[in-house]
Design a binder for this molecule. Structure first.
Ligand code: FAD
Ligand code: MLT
Ligand code: ZN
Length: 480
């Protein structure tokens, strides 16, 4: 049997799940199950006897109790946009995918407390929209926001484009409701800004990638809506100039910087070549680009003036060569599209190896230069595509296959490439996973980066909460 075939289910188990969820809550037909068995990048395929689609916390709890009694593994799944195979089942029997997609209600929006209580299956773009309808802002923003769900975003502690101003998903969460691996429910949907009452259990589940329990709902923080924005796309002579520009904006008005994203000439070339309608609003292409986005909750904040004065000074200092300022919402969206289409453009340009890494912000130029050189030396003709969240020190040090090399030959070198990049990252005091998490892709790196007391403590926490090891096996923690 191919490893992606749905595993034939025990009919009595399917009946038991249907008794809990009703017929629409259990998918067992191969065609219905298949989309849940592979990942966005096409790196992994697994199997599952069924996809469970609970519609309430009580239903999640009942399913988990049944799974725990029967020793059935559970793979929680949100939008299935994981970059590290975290939501894809392994090729093993007796497991189910538990999709949160039907738990997509907004339970409450409170603009006095500036909180929003939502279920785990709410898609991020919808959460942003609901906040906007109430005249406020939910600031998390990333390329997969039309598909990724709140439970998945919290479980990976997602970052994205606005971390530089608002923090990661963790910083945007005040309370959580979680179903533990024995089916019991932690009701921690508190909307308190201060709550020092013992271990902050809610934070255990953020970034746990579904290995400790299932997030069913969350209290999210809201912010004042942006009343003024200014957005520019710049070309620069070097990576150092990009860092200098970031420092200029930070010094001028740190609170105004909503996003500061770096892109390379190769990456931008892939976007304009492969994405329909993506055109550069600048006179000529360059080797280095930065997208600066400023926002303020106050009208008349003078962001346009701030943008122009900082860019003018940077041009005089030779740090910026050319810049296009958005004159309308449509132009702003077009500039953002050039950034957000980077993952899709890389997909269309052939195979690529992703290195989601972080270093201290001051070391970003050195990271880009050294890691690019190391990759080119390792695989001649390969194309480094560094881009991403420069303001957080988080660069996607991705490598695209050389033209003319087969995708399979290139991907066979994935681990050599990741090792090469990680050696530079380690030398610069960085992390081998900045925002995408560990999933299946990086479990074998945990020992060398987090081994000893740290990994040991993680294993003990896992064993305490999930002694049977039924929650998302094979993810995050390496086999002991
Ligand atoms: P899934 O992929 O379904 O699951 C992710 C992990 O969380 C899995 O381990 C899964 O088991 C677990 N999980 C899911 N739901 C729950 C739950 N309710 N309870 C417990 N565990 C759960 N990520 C960033 O951080 N920043 C970016 O800028 C960014 N850009 C992206 C752009 C594109 C085009 C794509 C495809 C992905 C991008 N990602 C980015 C990665 C991805 O979108 C994030 O990791 C996101 O948080 C995953 O959300 P999801 O709902 O799709 O989760
Ligand atoms: C992004 O920021 O677009 C993604 O996190 C990066 C990637 O595709 O590697
Ligand atoms: Zn990213």
């Amino acid at each position: 049997m191919p490893d992606h075939a749905p595993h034939p289910a025990d009919p009595s188990l399917l009946t038991a799940f249907r008794d809990i969820l009703g017929a629409p809550g259990v998918l067992a037909e191969p065609g219905d199950v298949a989309p849940h068995l592979s990942d966005w990048r096409g790196l992994y395929r697994g199997e599952a006897m069924a996809v469970l689609r609970p519609a309430s916390t009580e239903e999640v709890s009942a399913c988990v109790k049944l799974c725990a009694a029967q020793g059935i593994a559970i793979i929680p799944q949100g939008g299935n946009t994981s970059m590290v195979g975290g939501a894809t089942p392994e090729a093993r029997p007796r497991q189910v995918v538990l999709s949160l997609a039907r738990m997509n209600r907004v339970r409450e929006v409170d603009t006095a407390d500036m909180t929003m209580t939502v279920e785990a299956g709410l898609v991020l773009a919808r959460a942003q929209q609901v906040a906007a309808e109430h005249g406020v802002l939910f600031p998390l923003s990333l390329g997969a926001e039309g598909t990724a769900m709140i439970g998945g975003l919290l479980s990976t502690n997602a970052g994205g484009n606005t971390t530089v101003r608002y923090g990661n998903a963790r910083e945007l969460m005040l309370g959580l409701e979680v179903v533990l691996p024995d089916g019991s429910v932690i009701n921690g949907l508190r909307r308190l800004r201060k709550d020092n009452t013992g271990y902050a259990l809610r934070h255990l589940f953020v970034g746990a990638e579904g290995t400790l329990g299932i997030i069913t709902a969350a209290v999210l923080r809201l912010f004042p809506a942006a009343r003024e924005t200014a957005t520019a796309l710049c070309t620069l002579p070097s990576e150092d100039a990009a860092l200098a520009l970031f420092r200029r904006f930070r010094a001028a008005d740190e609170g105004a910087v909503r996003a500061f994203e770096y892109m390379s000439g190769i990456g931008m070339g892939m976007v304009t070549a492969t994405i329909e309608g993506a055109t550069l609003p600048l006179a000529a292409p360059a080797d280095h680009y930065v997208l600066v986005d400023l926002s303020a909750s106050r009208e008349g904040a003078g962001l346009r003036g701030l943008m122009e004065s900082v860019l003018e000074a940077a041009m005089e200092a030779g740090e910026v060569e050319d810049a296009a300022l958005a004159e309308s919402e449509a132009q702003r969206a077009a500039i953002w599209r050039l950034r957000e289409e980077h993952p899709e453009a890389q997909k269309r340009a052939g195979a690529s190896v992703k290195n989601d890494v972080s270093v201290p912000v001051s070391a970003v130029p050195e990271l880009i230069r050294r890691a690019s050189a190391a990759c080119r030396e390792l695989i001649p003709g390969s194309r480094p595509v560094p881009f991403g969240h420069m303001g957080d020190g988080n660069i996607h040090m991705n490598l695209a296959q050389p033209e003319g090399m087969s995708a399979a030959d290139f991907l066979a070198r994935s681990h050599d490439i990741m090792d090469e990049v990680n050696a530079v990252v380690r030398d610069l005091g960085g992390s081998f996973s900045a925002e995408h998490g560990i999933g299946r892709l990086k479990t074998d790196m945990m020992e060398s980066w987090r081994g000893g007391a740290e990994l040991d403590a993680m294993r003990r926490i896992k064993a305490a909460l999930d002694p049977q090891g039924i929650m998302n096996p094979g993810k995050l923690l390496p086999d002991a």
